[in-house]
Design a binder for this molecule. Structure first.
Ligand code: AMP
Ligand code: FE
Ligand code: FE
Ligand code: ZN
Length: 271
């Protein structure tokens, strides 16, 4: 039987609704051999206790993170895997992202305030534990009756390029890949399929990644195949993950996309 590894999911330390332990329980129930918890811009889920718990449950826990970057003004997400969790450069990058998020959330709240949607910093920080961002702002907007759904919050106000959105401080793809490499990890181009334009995807694919997330969430075989072809052309490892967020993103079911054992072994050995 093929062993399946879901290498993309979020815990309560970023914008998921399941705790890290809960993710391990669900992975076991879903028949997975292993997972990577790729919280946005933080690795705080990876405590020694969590590794012990995963071992007890016979789930391989693979160090991971999803870093936010910008390339040609567009957001690009980078998955880092199998890196040294104690690496100074990675810990520094995480701290810099924390400051970026604080500043940017403040800017977004100021913009919302101008159109009569008052939200305090405490209200949004109470919705999460570590990496706080737009999903938490959206939750408060729903709770206070400013919008009906999280999707509405993004579509009308805080989604990319929308009136209350700001980019915030920027991190480049290159510096992020470099930090992951210096920590002996593998850098993977996350959900290229969401970028839609093939020419742009190809351009990003040549920036120095080790792999590309060709299998993702609910996308069709044809869409995955198009990504697979690009990965082959640029000699990138092929990975897969669900981007499971729990109850806030119902279409991203855990295990719906996965990485093979062979690809995982190669990710572990890129450096
Ligand atoms: P941030 O990290 O603060 O820029 O927020 C980005 C996160 O918001 C993404 O990783 C998604 O989880 C979530 N997100 C982005 N667009 C939408 C949307 N249209 N509806 C719901 N969640 C979204
Ligand atoms: Fe997210
Ligand atoms: Fe992402
Ligand atoms: Zn993600």
């Amino acid at each position: 039987m093929d062993l399946k590894y879901d290498l993309h999911m979020h815990s309560t330390f970023s914008d998921g609704t399941d705790t890290p332990q809960g993710l391990i329980d669900l992975a076991k129930a879903s028949g997975l051999a292993g997972i990577s918890i790729t919280d946005h811009d933080t690795t705080i889920a990876y405590s020694p206790d969590l590794f012990t718990y995963a071992k007890e449950q016979e789930i391989e826990l693979i160090p991971g993170v999803e870093f936010s970057t910008i390339f040609e003004k567009r957001p690009i997400h980078i998955l880092g895997y199998c890196f040294d969790l104690e690496n100074e450069g990675i810990l520094q990058l995480v701290e810099r992202h924390k400051a970026r998020r604080r500043e940017r959330n403040q800017q977004i709240l100021e913009r919302l305030d101008k159109i009569g949607m008052k939200i305090t910093e405490e209200e949004i920080t109470s919705k999460g534990q570590n990496s706080i961002g737009r999903p938490h702002i959206a939750l408060v907007m729903v709770e206070k009756g400013y919008v009906e759904t999280i999707a509405d919050a993004f579509q009308q106000y805080i989604g990319d390029e929308k009136p209350c959105w700001t980019q915030g401080r920027q991190f480049s793809v290159q510096e992020t890949i470099e930090a992951i490499h210096k920590a002996n990890g593998a850098a993977v181009f996350a959900h290229p399929i969401l970028l839609k334009r093939q020419n742009f995807i190809k351009k990003v694919a040549t920036l120095g990644f080790d792999g590309m997330e060709c299998y993702y969430a609910r996308f069709s075989k044809e869409q995955s195949k198009a990504m697979f072809k690009i990965a082959q052309r640029y000699n990138l490892l092929v990975t897969g993950g669900s981007d499971y967020h729990g109850s806030v993103k119902e279409f991203n079911r855990m295990g719906s996309s996965y990485t093979s054992q062979e690809a995982l072994e190669r990710l572990k050995n890129v450096r």
